[in-house]
Design a protein around this ligand. Sequence first.
Ligand code: SAH
Ligand code: DHB
Ligand code: MG
Length: 221
Amino acid sequence: MTADRFDAVDDYLSDLFVGNDAALERTLASSRAAGLPPIAVSEVQGKLLHLLARTRGARRVLEVGTLGGYSAIWMARALPSDGALISLEIDPGHAAVARENIAAAGLSQIVTVVVAPALESLAQLRAQAVDPFDLIFIDADKPNNPNYVRAALDLSRSGTLIVVDNVVRGGAVIDASSDDPSIIGTRACLEFMAREKRLQTTAIQTVGHKGYDGFALALVI
Ligand code: SAH
Ligand code: DHB
Ligand code: MG
């Protein structure tokens, strides 16, 4: 089975289950035009995040890593009109592109993009004692993933879902002697999630438009 086949199947599935979507297509096109890296979640992964938010009855979503706003738009569309999605982004240029895309999608009332290193923003949210989030999507710098999951727990309640993107990285995750900080961070994150009594966690390998990768899904108990 080749990467071409995995791509073709993702084409087929995203045609069926996502189809044409002007706001999402605009988001990818403007992100590309602005020179952002093409690393947003795939179409069908975006829809999975949307469905998880709806299944959870989410009103409050936290995202770590905005890029051009693609995954934020998918999740924000799952929220009621008085819901809130806070997305943390370190790069002001990425945030500017995202805010335009979010506005064009009609979601500016729901989505707030906060520009700072995410660990700082997470500490601020904690200090402000904000209401807990129902869904937390972690998709930024991988070396910090253990820190992000710890911070996410502090901003959670029983029933919060935590999703961590890119936990397989072409299979590199099983290399215990890797000196790649992203792999070290991902392994430390998964091992923390496995140990942490407040989490029930699984992880799923994926193929398709994002290559061979995977995501972890945890329920806060
Ligand atoms: N969730 C997006 C993709 C995010 S790509 C989507 O699927 O559409 C990862 C993003 O994390 C990039 O925009 C990058 O600038 C941002 N990032 C990297 N390090 C960060 C940090 N320390 N704090 C906040 N954001 C960071
Ligand atoms: C990269 C980051 C991501 O969040 C992703 O989904 C794919 C690739 C990267 O940094 O290469
Ligand atoms: Mg990702």
